[in-house]
Every structure is written in C-alpha cells, then in structure tokens.
Design a protein around this ligand. Structure first.
Ligand code: SF4
Length: 241
C-alpha cells in the first residue's frame, strides 16, 4: 500500500513530492493497509484535508486512497488484483493496464475520472511509459540486494518486468546504445529492457537503479563533459557526441 502511494506521487522534483508522500503516510499511521481498508470505500473519511500535489487535488487523493483500501480488501489483496491481468507471454506493462483501469474505475465511483486520478492511475494510452506503476512493480516483484526492491509479490517473475523509464534512464540508455528511439515511451522502455535482458534475461531491470542514479547523482549530464566523463567507467562504450 505504501509502495503504491509513494510510486504514484513520484513525479516532479523529489524535494517537491517527498513532503507530500511523508505527510500522507504520517496521517495514515503505522498500519496504512488497515486504516485504508477501514474507510470501506468512503473517500470522505480519508485523512487528506489540505493535502494536494500539483494537479492532484485532495479529492483525488481521497478517492485514490479509498480505492486502494477497497481493492486491498478483496480476496488476495492488491497482488491478486494485479495477477488477474497477467497473460501468458505478456510483460508486466500489459498486466498493469487492467489493474490500473480497475483501480481508476473504483476511485471514480462509476463516474468520469478526473485529471488527477487519471495521472495517479494512468491508462497507458498514447504510448505512456507507465513509469510510476512500473517502479511500483519493480519494488514489489524484484528482490534486490540494494535494500530498495522488496520482492514481496510472487505472482510475476522479475524476467517479465519492464524498466521504469525516466529521463535519466532514457538519456543514458541512448548513450549506451540500449535504444535508438527518440521518444521515452513504452516502446522505448520495452526496447531498453530487451537490451538489458541480453545481459541478464532472468532479471533485466536489475540495472535500473544504477542507470537512474548515474543521472540523479549528477555524475552524467547526458552530454560530454570532460570533468565527468574522464573517470566514467562507461566512457569506452558511450555513444554521446
Ligand atoms: S562517458 Fe560521459 S556522457 Fe557518457 S555515460 Fe559517462 S559521464 Fe555520461
């Protein structure tokens, strides 16, 4: 529950969304799953007064939390809800689409979705890379050694994950020739994942943290910079001009 809340709000600058995530989780207390289930689908009881983040309103947050609580209260919880969308031969991104659609419909209560809800629970239409839901899945499905990926879900093997494609991963993936695509969409995420699967077919997304943090840390600016490039281990294979 915490992972889905945190991943869904992880857009924009970290310094901007982190206080919102922290405030929301603080209000939910030490057992968010129990507290959200206790809402019994009633968004008006969600503890979101005064909270908002960019175009996600307090009403959106309330509906989102009530939907999570309701879905988690179904038999098998959120994992079973996600697992119902898994199809033979398809990857995690394909399985996410019906899962997110179900949560969105639940949150919208049978009415039209709001822009905030559609952003928190994206449809994947228009080539969206589904970055935040795929980040959530990475946390839940992979069991990493870095202490980030919890690997508590067993419904999907890590080999079927798709990399959560952000601007850093996209830039560095292009530099390394993992994709030649010009747009950071789901097709690019799948292509990068397929390239990484040549290194580790059982767990291609294991490289996500390293790729992403090369950019986040400022050690690569996505262009040649002698001060940064000289010590970079990727320099021999970097294709950036
Ligand atoms: S060589 Fe330079 S541009 Fe290429 S990945 Fe390393 S730091 Fe980035």
């Amino acid at each position: 529950m915490v992972a889905l809340v945190a991943a869904s709000l992880a857009f924009g600058r970290i310094a901007a969304f982190l206080p919102v995530v922290e405030a929301l989780l603080a209000r939910l207390g030490p057992s968010p799953a129990r507290d959200l289930a206790a809402l019994d689908g009633d968004a008006s009881r969600a503890p979101v007064r005064g909270l908002r983040y960019r175009w996600v309103t307090a009403a959106d947050l309330a509906a989102f939390l009530a939907a999570l609580g309701g879905a988690a209260g179904e038999p098998g919880g959120l994992e079973a809800g996600f697992a119902r969308g898994i199809r033979e031969g398809e990857d995690a991104a394909s399985a996410l689409v019906p899962f997110l659609a179900g949560l969105r419909a639940r949150a919208a209560g049978g009415g039209p979705s709001t822009p905030g809800l559609s952003f928190l629970l994206p449809s994947g239409e228009g080539g969206s890379a589904l970055k935040r839901p795929l980040l959530f899945l990475r946390w839940m499905v992979r069991r990493g050694t870095e202490g980030v990926d919890l690997g508590t879900w067993t419904c999907l093997p890590p080999s079927r994950l798709v990399i959560p494609l952000d601007t850093h991963v996209f830039r560095i993936s292009r530099a390394l020739g993992l994709t030649a695509r010009a747009t950071p969409n789901l097709a690019a995420a799948r292509e990068i994942t397929a390239s990484l699967a040549r290194l580790d077919p059982s767990d291609p997304v294991r490289y996500d943290f390293a790729l992403c943090h090369l950019g986040i840390s400022g050690r690569c600016r996505g262009r040649r910079d002698e001060g940064l490039c000289a010590p970079c281990a990727l320099r021999p294979i970097c294709r950036l001009p």
